[in-house]
Design a protein around this ligand. Structure first.
Ligand SMILES: NC(=O)c1ccc[n+]([C@@H]2O[C@H](COP(=O)([O-])OP(=O)(O)OC[C@H]3O[C@@H](n4cnc5c(N)ncnc54)[C@H](OP(=O)(O)O)[C@@H]3O)[C@@H](O)[C@H]2O)c1
Length: 256
């Protein structure tokens, strides 16, 4: 085994929700390793600086910024088209775009429920279906972002937990459907990772989080990028349809 098997150099990847947090770290990591990346978010002004930063750095990969709301099928198809036109194909799709808000189940309106399911789950469906023919051209990988909230239930985020459980389930169904076509589909379920999105949701910075509420080390976006890179690389060739949890360990582990 060589470390080359962990490389994504030479691939073309689409990373959705790449203007911030985990998505941005994944895009930067892929470009650093020599992959070309199409980075998207709902606002061109948010995603342009990410592509500029990648292009102006000494990272070998190129970047293309595309405004795309993953809930808008036409915009998603345009993202796929723009990526193929710019880079000649798609090897890896990272369905990272996601959002949530905290609310008791009784207070979640149909609109609020629909919005969260649309972004997290239906957005994953749109992007994956739109990219399918290009991924199937020569194999490829799809890596979805779920959450521990989708595995263990999530009080005050029931809409988000349900959507992320759906993402995980879709991962396995699709992985088996597409296995014969050489496309590997996997999923990452992070615990608490310090990102602008989570800090905004909690109303405090990661440093100020109540340690009784969050009893584990808070992760870094780069640690999720490590796992996503692995799942996009040859080194994970025997991993298919899995959701891999990345959540650290509790702060205090008693020695038995
Ligand atoms: N951070 C955590 O603790 C944690 C834990 C478990 C799972 N996750 C999952 O990891 C992923 C990234 O989370 P994060 O914490 O890095 O989030 P974040 O900092 O809030 O970033 C979310 C990204 O998604 C984009 N986005 C939101 N709605 C979109 C839409 N409809 N279409 C396209 N882009 C959209 C945002 O960009 P614009 O606002 O510019 O559109 C932004 O780039 C999400 O799927 C999240 O659910 C995060």
């Amino acid at each position: 085994m060589t470390t080359d098997r962990f490389a994504v150099a030479g691939q073309t990847a689409i990373v959705t929700g790449a203007s911030s947090g985990i998505g941005r770290a994944i895009a930067e990591r892929f470009a650093e390793d020599g992959a070309d990346v199409a980075v998207c978010s709902r606002e061109q002004d948010n995603v342009d600086p990410v592509a500029e930063e990648i292009t102006e750095s000494d990272r070998p990969g190129e970047a293309l910024a595309v405004e795309c709301d993953v809930t808008d099928r036409e915009a998603v198809e345009a993202l796929v088209e723009a990526t193929v036109e710019e880079f000649g194909g798609i090897d890896c799709l990272v369905n990272n775009a996601g959002a949530s808000f905290m609310a008791g189940f009784d207070d979640i309106s149909p609109n609020g429920w629909g919005t969260i399911v649309d972004i997290n789950l239906t957005g994953t469906y749109h992007c994956t279906q739109a990219a399918a023919e290009h991924l199937k051209d020569g194999g490829g990988t799809v890596i979805n972002l779920s959450s521990v909230a989708g595995q263990q239930g999530s009080p005050y985020m029931s809409h988000y937990g349900a959507a992320k459980a759906g993402v995980s389930n879709l991962t396995t169904s699709l992985a088996y459907e597409w296995a014969g076509k050489g496309v590997r589909v996997n999923c990452v379920a992070p615990g608490f990772v310090a990102t602008p999105g989570v800090e905004q949701q909690m109303g405090v910075s990661a440093d100020e989080v109540d340690r009784e509420e969050v009893d584990r080390r808070i992760g870094e976006s780069e640690e999720i990028a490590d796992l996503v890179q692995f799942l996009a690389s040859e080194a994970s060739s025997f991993i298919v349809g899995e959701t891999i949890t990345a959540r650290g360990v509790p702060d205090v582990m008693e020695t038995p």
